[in-house]
Write a protein that binds this ligand. Structure first.
Ligand SMILES: [Zn+2]
Length: 151
């Protein structure tokens, strides 16, 4: 069983747990989601699934995403552009850096940041339950060599 198959199986269990019937189209959406290693929005998921089944509607995608989110199967991110993006839950914790020019979402994790956040919460008298951290950045241009022509 591949990692994708395993994820699809988990999604199916969660949809059935929510009382949803498993249809071919829902299964297709689950597969597209399970295969996504980026952070697609509902339209992006729709586009990928629609390529495989042109009878699919965007509202079916929205509805399926909503159920999956309420079941904790996928995580929704609302980055600054206001578009909801999704990724499957149950991954190792990570934070996101968003490229403000391309919109690309880059994942990272830092033990130092995790520790710092725990410490800040503790100092304020709290035990940290969860957090979200988004960094917005622009790719640095490679440094120019002073006055020298490259050649
Ligand atoms: Zn992520």
């Amino acid at each position: 069983m591949t990692e994708t198959d395993r994820r699809v199986a988990v999604f199916e269990t969660q949809l059935k747990g929510a009382g949803l019937r498993m249809t071919q189209q829902r299964r297709l959406i689950l597969r597209v989601l399970a295969e996504a290693d980026d952070h697609p929005d509902a339209k992006g998921i729709f586009t990928r699934a629609f390529a495989l089944d042109p009878t699919l509607s965007l509202s079916t995608v929205y509805r399926t995403m909503k159920v999956l989110e309420s079941q904790g199967a996928i995580e929704r991110h609302a980055f600054e552009d206001g578009v909801s993006r999704y990724e499957h839950a149950g991954q190792e914790h990570h934070d996101h850096l968003i490229d403000v020019d391309s919109g690309e979402v880059i994942e990272f994790s830092s033990d130092a940041i995790e520790e710092l956040q725990r410490r800040i919460a503790a100092e304020l008298g709290y035990e940290l339950v969860r957090h979200r951290l988004e960094l917005y950045g622009r790719k640095k241009q490679p440094a120019r060599k002073n006055g020298r022509k490259s050649g």
